[in-house]
Design a binder for this molecule. Structure first.
Ligand code: FES
Ligand code: FES
Length: 166
């Protein structure tokens, strides 16, 4: 009996500055590759078809739905996940603001909101309230009612503005 040919592809993912050499089927999503091949289970899966935003990660600084991308599409790009937000054991200002403002309950949506919020603030820490609510509306939370998530992102934005040298 002949052996079935290896249907997997060699892919190198750069996640939070670390190189992960993995083998995946061409149809494997980035979300599954992050969780199952790289062991980075902080990226959550909800709807698995691009609606809820639980799987949001940053690709070259842009928020993307990891359930809608194939792992092979992320080769050569810089991926950032929730595991990459804390630096030197210190939570990021946005992570701290989520805790301080009670912006999570079950926490399932939280990694996605943290990555989306990080991208929003990296792009424009002076974002207007209206634009912030509009940008955050791409992700779904089933617990908090959103008000505290918006409050947390605003609080982190205020902290970031204070730190910028005049
Ligand atoms: S799991 Fe990707 S958008 Fe819902
Ligand atoms: S905190 Fe439970 S879904 Fe958002």
């Amino acid at each position: 009996m002949t052996e079935a040919p290896d249907a997997t592809l060699a892919v190198i993912l750069t996640v939070n500055g670390e190189r992960h050499a993995i083998r995946v089927e061409a149809r494997r999503t980035l979300a599954d590759a992050l969780r199952d091949n790289c062991g980075l289970t902080g990226t959550h899966l909800g709807c698995e078809h691009g609606v809820c935003g639980a799987c949001t990660v940053l690709m070259d600084g842009e928020p993307v739905r990891a359930c809608l991308l194939f792992a092979v599409q992320a080769q050569g790009r810089a991926i950032r996940t929730v595991e990459g937000l804390a630096e030197g054991g210190e939570l990021s200002p946005l992570q701290r603001a989520f805790i301080d403002n009670h912006a999570l309950q079950c926490g399932y949506c939280t990694p996605g909101f943290l990555m989306l919020g990080t991208a929003i603030l990296d792009r424009d820490p002076d974002i207007s309230d209206e634009a912030l609510v509009d940008a955050l509306s791409s992700n779904i939370c089933r617990c908090t009612g959103y008000a505290n998530i918006v409050k947390a992102v605003r609080a982190a934005a205020a902290e970031m503005r204070e730190k910028v040298p005049a």
